[in-house]
Design a protein. Structure first.
Lengths: 214, 214
DNA sequence: GAGGCCGCGTACCGTACGGTACGGTACTGG
DNA sequence: CCAGTACCGTACCGTACGGTACGCGGCCTC
């Protein structure tokens, strides 16, 4: 029963429409302006008063946290029914994960949010870092592993520990891309490139863990 | 001729002993205090005046840059004579790279410096990001690729593009480790764990790219 | 021992920015 | 029509921190 739902440790009430607009303003500002985000700028951009900002989100950190959570809530799309798998579907599913994951991490928003979270993790209370981790790396792990296990059940994959297998998958897909982007490398991946990368990663993963059905 | 030397784009004069002491103080402070590094704190810690700091390094950015460069200059150890390779030596060399690379990125210093550089890349002039990239990802790439190519020449490896092969290697070694550490995940790797990880990565890499000598 | 540097310590300045206070406007319920 | 609430806009406060100025002691050179 602990299956697909993306472990929301505490239930935070969803932001109202107006609040969502504010959070979108934060995201936009973050993407445009790099990360020296000031409360003044947010208030101006969102056409609201700073006082409201503080009333709604407590403080700057609260605003950032809400923003990260808000963005995360959008990404959690995806139907994950794991039925029985044949080789083609397994491959398809992995491809799907790989491509959409690359798509996310290559996006400006993801890069900026990760930067914020990393900076935050560097200066006490790694709250943001934990949130990003939970909604990024861990969330996708939680969704991929069942597929891997289903693949094993179907005799298509061989591994002992799905976590380890997943981490290899993760490495094959992401390689140096995320760190390069975070460090400011240009490196723009278009859709075609992403598809190619994803395919290569999946091929390699299957080469390592796949087995012809005995 | 463009071979092993780690592309130092501009020659910066090495810091004097006293300056090195200051930079070490910065590193220590960074490691201890997270990243809210103030010039005051540096001056206090290094027992020098702020004025001297500014005289030597120009401004805060200059100090950070010098620190990153200073740390980088320490890592560049390593004899890289690429002779003829047999399978065992190739494996050995790759293992070596993998383990020492993991060792570096798992270190507090690396994590903190990467955090700084990433934050910096987020707010205009990605200077630090570029430097870290050049001395991290790119430097190790520059050192591994010749080995891979020697392996190919010796008929031990098969690949078309050494860059691509290296990136796979990179992914297999690093997996999710760096991003997790940057985001504040605990995840402490002891030496044994690192050796195991490195061995697994090399095995996987050889499974993908190795070939029995024909 | 006199001048000149270098660099330490400390006091100081300016400003950017997080956070608060307050007046003014619109809407709601009674 | 009035009280209450919500929220915008703006002015304001406090402080942390980057950067500068200055005085003083140690060290060289002559």
């Amino acid at each position: 029963m602990t299956a697909t739902a993306p472990r929301d440790e505490t239930v935070y009430e969803a932001p109202s429409a107006r609040q969502q607009a504010v959070l979108d303003a934060v995201l936009a500002l973050l993407v445009e302006e790099g990360d020296q985000l000031t409360m003044d700028a947010v208030a101006r951009r969102a056409s609201c008063s700073k006082e409201t900002l503080y009333k709604w989100f407590g403080d700057r950190d609260g605003l950032l946290t809400a923003t990260v959570r808000w963005q995360a809530s959008r990404v959690h799309a995806g139907r994950d029914a794991v039925g029985t798998l044949d080789a083609a579907t397994l491959r398809e599913r992995l491809l799907d994960f790989a491509a959409s994951w690359l798509d996310v991490i290559a996006g400006r928003t993801s890069v900026v949010l990760n930067r914020i979270a990393i900076a935050h993790a560097g200066s006490r209370k790694g709250n943001l870092g934990a949130i990003v981790l939970a909604n990024g790396r861990l969330a996708i792990g939680g969704r991929v592993k069942p597929v891997l296990e289903a693949g094993r059940t179907a005799g298509l994959l061989a591994f002992e520990d799905s976590e380890t297998a997943f981490r290899t998958f993760f490495g094959l897909v992401g390689r140096d891309i995320q760190i390069r982007l975070l460090l400011g490398d240009a490196l723009d991946l278009d859709a075609a490139e992403i598809r190619r990368d994803a395919a290569r990663a999946v091929d390699q993963f299957l080469a390592l863990y796949g087995q012809a059905r005995p």
